[in-house]
Design a protein around this ligand. Sequence first.
Ligand code: ATP
Ligand code: MG
Ligand code: FE
Length: 344
Amino acid sequence: MRVLGIETSCDETGLALYDSERGLLSHALFSQIAVHAEYGGVVPELASRDHVRKLLPLIRQVMAEAETSPEQIDAVAYTAGPGLIGALMVGASVGRSLAYGWGIPALGIHHMEGHLLAPMLEDNPPEFPFIALLVSGGHTQLVQVRGIGEYRLLGESLDDAAGEAFDKAAKMLDLDYPGGPHIAKLAERGRAGRFTFPRPMVDRPGLDFSFSGLKTYTLNTVAEHAQADGLPDEQTCADIAHAFQEAVVGTLVIKCRRALEQTGQKTLVIAGGVSANTRLREELEAALAKIGARVFYARNEFCTDNGAMIAYAGCQRLLAGQTEPLAVNVRARWPLDSLPPLSA
Ligand code: ATP
Ligand code: MG
Ligand code: FE
């Protein structure tokens, strides 16, 4: 089975062709970072318009690269939510229409299921069951995963998502959007021990997160050390980035370890943009080795939004016989644990 995957939930246009026998055949991504840069965040209307511009050329590109004609495609999978409603509508309308025109089924895929399954695209994929830490721009969730579509939410952020906290801290330090990679780079030059930021909610039982207090702490620290231009000196900025990253990573590691211990699982999957963070990977590897558990993640380009994860999720659901009617339904909000299991 060969599936075309379309991702347009936010500010990246992602396309891919996945084949159940041969694996990932081709993928392409256009990131709108430059489109939104001067606004310091994603402008929904501009995102929708840019998806309109990029979708068809990128579909042609992945089909040409994989030497695949429409007759060789068995289904079209598109992101149906959660995300920006206009951006979702673009991918959904194009995906649904292509499927109709080609006489094949379409599948509306949950964006976070896509992220969660992205590590399956790697050479040594994790095996079910596992615990998943979803850490992206809009989500911070711990999920118990028995199989595809069998998700139990164990905990989540009560306020900001981890990626959102990275983005906001970056803004305070006058770094570009999206801030995660910039904070990580600046933090390499930061000195350990200059600042210690609070690790939110780690002393409380349970598996929920909170990052808004850390954000305020960062803002206050920046203000305290600000010079005439409103920013601390370079070294202090690096020290703040370092302390901030250590606090986020430290919090995530403690909760992941707790989730594994509480459920007796030995496999952790991390997914979403923040799972590209090197410090998070290192710290998790070290902490999990102590309890005989292992961590799995996707290559960096499949941690953030991409079409490959949607094509993969679509292919698994197609193989299980799932398809959907002609209506185009997208959802700005969509609880992950409301998805049907594969056997349903
Ligand atoms: P969602 O998936 O919840 O709808 P999203 O699609 O915007 O949100 P992703 O594309 O998965 O999120 O990830 C983007 C986020 O990941 C941004 O907040 C970005 O700052 C963060 N990020 C990317 N790389 C890194 C990194 N190396 N370290 C920390 N954060 C990172
Ligand atoms: Mg993005
Ligand atoms: Fe995402």
